[in-house]
Design a protein around this ligand. Structure first.
Ligand SMILES: [Zn+2]
Length: 451
């Protein structure tokens, strides 16, 4: 049977694919530092062309090129679009890496290197699935498209205008966004959308210059002022206190909760990875998972003011700054939530605190479990892994789903993929397990057949 042959072919092609992944991961494509973007885009374009895709680069205004490739085998067949990004996160703190992040290695059944999980490994895994079909059948069973941008890790500031200008070429019957995780024991996971993110910098300035702290009895302190403002945003249990914040948030459906009931999610494993002793919300795994997926968040990502170097400095600072991220669940939109935040701070008497939203354009989005692309991913998992995947209504991180299922109108999911819950995305020692790389590629190859 063809599919079985294709899945075997994935295994025989794995070593060569891992060599290609090493080459890809050697590009230090840190978008936050605008590094190596043109050469990485060119590498991706060549890779797609070598694998039989019609590929080209699209310039964006002020940003790096977007790479687009397509292989149309038969216009009566469905089309699957795969979205990827070729950029990666910064690597600091560098001294916590056990190996050079841009000199990828294979050790202990794992591939190590910045970007191998997020998300360079996913593109190579998908191309391995394409190669397997071409080796066995001469071509894949459906039409395929790739779109690969270079700024996802800084919030895709130029991708939206590319999507709006190129809706036609992006049309498809389903899309996969980046990749997907595996649970610790190896079950693949798919997600039917994503949370969105509203990222703001808050600045409190109470003077034009720092003062000697002996004046603190009469001089205002911006750090205290900012802390007092922050205290009005969230309570100790994580509940956001901005009026109307939860108004638009999508509530769980019975079907979604059934998926979560059969989930293998384990909070114990996460506690182990992170060295955390207690989670907010108790220790019942179902309740924690429900909270993780359906709760919007408000997180202080960083806070600076005054003097924090060696020794003492008695200073009453002039400025305090905080960076805050709000994770938004589907139906909550950035602009509307930002307006609520502004209104709240004004009402609480903190209208003087400056609010600067980041250029993040990743909105929340989610599709129905009955979409064709979801069914194909579930069936493909049974072919490749012998079991159904773990299904989450949406991912807890932000992703590019909104561009596809809202702007272009293509229902999109996350997964199949190459990573697992210990992949250390955005952290030192990013890695993927080789078994997940092979499993992800088989899942993808099977999903092509099931579309
Ligand atoms: Zn990332």
């Amino acid at each position: 049977m063809t599919l079985e042959d294709v899945l075997l072919q994935v295994e025989s092609g794995t070593d060569k694919a891992l060599e290609t992944l090493k080459e890809y991961c050697r590009f230090p494509t840190i978008s936050a530092h605008k590094k190596a973007q043109p050469e990485t885009a060119a590498f991706v374009r060549r890779l797609l062309a070598e694998n039989g895709f019609e590929a080209r680069e699209y310039p964006t205004e002020g940003g790096p090129n977007v790479v687009f490739g397509q292989m149309m085998v038969d216009e009566r067949k469905p089309t699957l679009l795969m979205y990827q990004h070729y950029d990666v996160q910064p690597v600091d703190p560098l001294n916590e890496w056990k190996r050079d992040p841009f000199d990828p290695t294979i050790q202990d059944g794992k591939f190590w290197g910045r970007g191998c999980g997020d998300t360079k490994g996913n593109l190579i895994m998908q191309l391995l699935a394409v190669q397997a079909w071409r080796a066995v059948e001469g071509r894949p069973p459906i039409n395929l498209k790739f779109v690969v941008e270079g700024e996802e890790e800084v919030g895709s500031p130029h991708f939206a205008s590319f999507v709006h200008a190129n809706k036609e070429i992006l049309k498809a019957d389903g899309a996969t966004i980046e990749g997907g995780d595996h649970l610790h024991e190896g079950t693949p996971k798919i997600e039917l959308g994503c949370k969105g993110i509203l990222y703001v910098e808050m600045v409190s300035r109470t003077a034009s210059v720092d003062q000697h702290s002996s004046y603190a009895a009469i001089a205002p302190n911006p750090a205290w002022r900012l802390i007092h403002a922050l205290m009005t945003l969230r309570d100790a249990k994580g509940r956001i206190k901005v009026p109307g914040w939860y108004e638009d948030a999508r509530r769980p459906t019975a079907r979604e909760l059934r998926f979560l009931k059969s989930s293998l999610f384990s909070s114990q494993a996460l506690k182990g990875f992170w060295g955390v002793s207690e989670f907010i919300g108790g220790d019942n795994d179902f309740e924690l998972l429900r909270r993780l997926i359906y709760s919007p968040t408000c997180t202080i990502c960083g806070f600076v003011s005054g003097y924090i170097e060696q020794g003492t400095k008695t200073v009453n600072p002039a400025v305090a700054k905080a960076k805050i991220d709000f994770r938004l669940v589907p139906n909550m939109k950035q602009e509307k939530q930002l307006a609520k935040l502004r209104e709240h701070l004004k009402t609480k008497g903190f209208g003087d605190i400056e609010l600067m939203p980041a250029a993040e354009k990743l909105e929340s989005a989610a599709i129905s479990p009955s979409a064709r692309v979801v069914k194909a991913a579930i069936k493909g998992s049974i072919d490749a892994y012998g079991r159904e995947p773990e299904v989450w209504p949406w991912s807890i991180g932000a992703s590019a789903h909104g561009f596809f299922n809202e702007v272009v109108g293509v229902p999109s999911i996350s997964g199949p993929g190459v990573s697992y819950d210990g992949s250390n995305f955005h952290a030192p020692n990013e890695n993927i397990r080789l078994t997940d790389f092979v499993g992800g590629s088989k899942h993808m190859a099977a999903m092509f057949a099931r579309m």
